[in-house]
Design a protein. Structure first.
Length: 641
């Protein structure tokens, strides 16, 4: 054999039978090695040959059992039968090594003094691997370690030596290869689907849940869909499950057992992807906000660019300039503008893609850039809609009438102006060089000014010593096709999948569709088998509003649980009197509104140029008044949360 901490013999994993003699006299064996070294295969083979239980401490790539947890099993009639498990709700043993070790400690209470083979996580480098190995040795007290390595020097050999553990060097099989992330994801997903085969959906009241672990914010509904959870009672795992969705104070979860009054819900970062695979979730506020030199000069601050879900945005005049937000619907060739402040402008190609403009009010710093936009619309372009408060159509007409239109002919820009007074929308049509035409009124239910198959824009009426509108962009659920299910059903991808998405978006579930193989199926049946729907990421745009109780109530209601909020913070808190006199928010009002609305991310802007160019003072104050809200800062990447 070997001296304690030494290694004098090498065996091949291709012949596990030869290791049986080595195992004699040892009750607990630790199998250790890098991912792809054949570690789990060797551990399972030894258990089967020696008739020992197998303990899996690798939540990301378990050889048996439930991914996202640790467990032990025995081999009977050619199959692994799981005897007990403890949830981790993460696939990342390195990041959540303490959680893995605590779950393993609870699991081992059921094994008492039994002999077993322990399949360790495939961590072999760095501090996380060293801490994990030390914890495994302390908890399990193995008396032999089988270390798989193709190198002469064993990984973490100093740890084995320090612990006085006997070590046998095992040469990995020639066939052992790293399986790759895609294969591992498919393998663990198959195990996960098998576990959930008999689970049923249950509706849970969020206010009754005891959330533990590392749950995302409840305000972040898209971060919950597909999230792995576990029911915990008296410190032990009852079962694992999967969140279907979160809305209106309820959580729908697929669980194989009923939820009890005393249960806690463990949540970390294991989540089913839109493609249906069980992977590590990305942080909810993951989109990066970058800075670029603005076109309007250094006094406006940097131009901000980023994403909110499927929408790319540009705050074209920075945080000190006139409000002008460009929102581009990615993959749709369509753009929206919020306000038309002077300074920055879009390229002609981008301006041509603008279908709708949302004006908060007609002060010059919000409408003064209309002329550059008007010029970009000269040509054979469809009519553009402009939404705003009462009186907007007349002001747009006046701006257009200031231009001589004797040479544009049938290339004159045309607009539909929709004025919302809080109850109804009055529509106007105008063509450059012509008269303003009143097209009548229509009701606006719940403040919805624009609705499409993919999103809607809702407004609320606020006070700025003049009527001003704030807007919420509310995308419908993001529809994803599960590609692995396509292959399972023998179907080829193609344009028919876009047709399926359109039917699902529109709620036409009873329609029948012709498939590439010539067969016909109901949309409802196809959606159940192929489609995964996740809530979209709502965002809100609000600027120029008095800090009053009524304005706060209305804006908080509009912005509730938004992913991102673009909100003015015109003045520092010390200048509250000036803010009240001019009908603006201070840093205090901006931060408190965002916190009370439970938004996930706040992008404050429209700072008064009296403070330029130091945005740091604004951001420092806002952070103090917005606990729990991620506030954009130029020195902190927004993908860090």
């Amino acid at each position: 054999m070997a001296d304690q901490g030494g290694c004098v013999e090498r065996f091949s994993a291709a012949s596990p039978e030869r290791l049986l003699d080595v195992l004699r006299g040892h009750r607990r064996i630790l199998v250790f090695g890098a991912a792809g070294s054949g570690k789990s295969t060797l551990a399972c083979s030894l258990c089967e040959l020696a008739g020992l239980p197998a303990v899996s401490a690798d939540p990301g790539s378990p050889a048996f059992g439930v991914p996202g947890g640790v467990g032990w099993a025995v081999r009977r009639q050619g199959r692994w039968q799981v005897q007990d498990m403890e949830a981790v709700c993460s696939l990342d043993a390195g990041r959540f090594r303490l959680a893995v070790l605590l779950a393993l400690r609870r699991l081992l209470e059921g094994l008492e003094e039994k002999a077993f083979v322990l399949d360790a996580p495939g961590l072999v480098r760095g501090m996380a691997a060293e801490e994990m190995l030390l914890g495994l040795i302390e908890l399990c007290r193995p008396d032999l370690a089988l270390v798989l390595s193709r190198e002469q020097a064993l990984p973490l050999q100093q740890v084995f030596h320090a612990c006085g553990l006997s070590v046998v060097h095992v040469q990995p099989s020639e066939q052992a290869r790293h399986p790759g992330r895609a294969f591992r994801a498919r393998w663990r997903t198959a195990l996960w689907d098998a576990y959930l085969r008999h689970a049923r959906e249950q509706s849970l009241e969020i206010r009754d849940l005891h959330l533990i672990g590392a749950p995302p914010p409840l305000a972040a509904a898209p971060a919950w869909a597909g999230r792995q959870v576990a029911l915990i009672r008296d410190g032990r795992t009852r079962c694992l499950g999967e969140v279907v969705g979160v809305s209106d104070g309820s959580m729908i979860v697929r669980l194989p057992a009923s939820v009890g009054r005393d249960d806690a819900l463990l949540v970390r970062d294991a989540q089913r992807t839109p493609q249906g695979l069980l992977r590590t979730a990305v942080p909810f506020v993951q989109e990066v906000i970058t800075q670029a030199a603005g076109d309007a000069g250094a006094s406006t601050g940097p131009r901000l660019c980023g994403r909110v879900g499927a929408v790319g945005f540009e705050l074209l005049n920075g945080v000190f300039g006139d409000p002008l937000l460009h929102a581009r619907l990615l993959h749709a060739g369509r753009s929206l503008l919020f306000d038309l402040g002077m300074g920055g402008r879009l390229s002609a190609r981008r301006a041509h893609q603008v279908n709708d403009v949302f004006i908060t009010h007609a002060h010059i710093d919000h409408l003064g850039g209309f002329l550059w936009f008007l010029r970009s619309r000269i040509g054979a372009f469809p009519s553009c809609r402009i939404h705003g408060p009462p009186g907007l159509a007349g002001r747009i007409q006046a701006l257009i009438d200031g231009i001589l239109w004797d040479r544009v002919g049938d290339r004159a820009p045309s607009f539909e102006v929709h004025e919302w007074d809080g109850h109804t929308i009055r529509r106007f049509r105008l063509v450059a060089g012509g008269e303003l035409q009143d097209s009548g009124c229509v009701p606006a239910t719940d403040g919805v000014l624009l609705a499409s198959d993919a999103f809607r824009v809702r407004a609320c009426l606020l006070d700025h010593h003049t009527p001003v509108l704030a807007y919420a962009f509310e995308p419908h659920g993001e529809i994803h096709v599960r590609k692995e299910r396509l292959a399972h059903l023998g179907l080829m991808p193609g344009p028919w999948l876009n047709e399926l998405k359109r039917h699902v978006h529109a709620g036409r579930t009873s329609e029948r569709m012709r498939l590439p193989d010539g067969s016909e199926r109901c949309v409802d049946e196809l959606a159940e088998q192929l489609v995964l729907i996740r809530p979209g990421k709502k965002w809100v745009y609000a600027t120029d509003l008095l800090d009053s109780d009524q304005n706060r109530r209305r804006l908080i209601r509009l912005a509730r649980l938004a992913h991102t909020m673009f909100c003015e913070a015109r003045f520092l808190a010390r200048d509250a009197e000036q803010a009240r006199a001019t009908g603006h928010l201070t840093t205090k009002g901006c931060g408190e509104i965002a916190a009370q609305a439970q938004v996930a991310r706040l992008v404050p802007f429209h700072f008064s140029q009296r403070y330029a160019p130091d945005a740091g003072r604004f951001l420092d104050e806002i952070e103090r008044f917005a606990p729990g809200v991620r506030v954009w800062r130029p020195d902190v990447p927004m993908d860090a949360c």
